[in-house]
Write a protein that binds this ligand. Structure first.
Ligand SMILES: N[C@@H](CCC(=O)N[C@@H](CS)C(=O)NCC(=O)O)C(=O)O
Length: 223
C-alpha cells in the first residue's frame, strides 16, 4: 500500500478513529490539517460530503471513518475484527451506533438553550444506557482483544472524560461498564497519542466559542 495521506481537522473524533487504527497497526501516514470553517478548494474537489476524514491512497480517495478503518484492517493484518461473520456484523452495527453517540454528544455540547440542552443530554444518556446493557466484562468491547469497535469509541470516551472533569460532571460514572472500558482505552498510548498537543484546552475552547449552555456551565465552574 502506498503511504496514506490523511486529511484531518484537529478536533474531529471521526478522524481520530482512523489515527488510532493506524497507530495500532503501525501504519505510517502523512497528515494534513484543514480548517473546516474555511475548506480549501482542493479538499472540496476530493471529499464528496465535504467532511473529514479523507484518506488518499495513491490516486484513490476514501471517505467515511468506518470504511477507511475497514480498508486499513483488510490491507494490514492481523485483523482487528472478530473472526465470524455474525460477530463482525454485530461489531459494525455498534460502530455505527457509536457514530450516532458522537453526534449526540456534539449536539448536547453546542445546545443553545436549556430545553435543547436537557433534551440532547437525555437522548445521549438513553443511548449510553443501551450500550452499557450489552457490554461484557471487558477490558475491550469484545473481551480480551482490541478491535475496530474500540478504535471507534475511544475518541468519544476521551471527550466525555474531559467534560466530566471540566464540568465536575458524572456521565461516565453512571455507567460502570462503560467507565471501566473507557479507562482501559484512555491509558493506551495509541489513544493518548492520537490527538494534537493540548487537545483538552483546544477542545474546551471550541465548546466555549460555541457559546451554548455547556459553555456557560464551563465558565461557571472555572470562574
Ligand atoms: N460519518 C462520517 C462523519 C465525519 C464528520 O462528520 N466529520 C466532520 C468533522 S468531525 C466534518 O467533516 N464536518 C464537515 C463540516 O463541518 O462542514 C465519518 O464517520 O467519517
Amino acid at each position: 500500500m502506498p503511504k496514506p495521506k490523511l486529511i484531518s481537522f484537529n478536533l474531529c473524533p471521526f478522524v481520530q478513529r482512523s489515527v488510532i487504527t493506524m497507530k495500532v497497526k503501525k501504519i505510517d501516514c502523512d497528515v494534513t490539517y484543514i480548517d473546516l470553517a474555511n475548506k480549501p478548494e482542493w479538499f472540496l474537489k476530493i471529499s464528496p460530503f465535504g467532511k473529514v476524514p479523507v484518506v488518499q491512497i495513491g490516486e484513490d480517495v476514501l471517505f467515511e471513518s468506518a470504511v477507511i478503518n475497514e480498508y486499513l484492517d483488510e490491507t494490514t493484518p492481523p485483523s482487528l475484527h472478530p473472526s465470524t461473520a455474525i460477530e463482525k456484523a454485530k461489531n459494525r452495527a455498534w460502530i455505527e451506533f457509536g457514530s450516532g453517540l458522537i453526534m449526540s454528544m456534539f449536539q448536547w455540547s453546542i445546545a443553545e438553550n436549556l430545553e435543547r440542552y436537557d433534551k440532547t443530554y437525555q437522548a445521549y444518556l438513553d443511548n449510553l444506557k443501551k450500550l452499557e446493557d450489552q457490554l461484557g466484562d471487558g477490558p475491550y468491547f469484545n473481551g480480551d482483544a482490541f478491535s475496530l469497535v474500540d478504535a471507534a469509541y475511544a475518541p468519544l470516551w476521551q471527550r466525555q472524560a474531559i467534560l466530566d472533569d471540566a464540568l465536575t460532571g458524572n456521565v461516565l460514572s453512571q455507567f460502570p461498564k462503560i467507565q471501566k472500558w473507557s479507562s482501559h482505552l484512555l491509558q493506551m498510548p495509541e489513544v493518548t497519542q492520537s490527538v494534537i498537543p493540548h487537545f483538552k484546552d483546544v477542545f474546551l475552547a471550541y465548546i466555549r466559542a460555541k457559546d451554548g449552555i455547556m459553555a456557560h456551565h464551563l465558565s461557571a465552574v472555572t470562574a
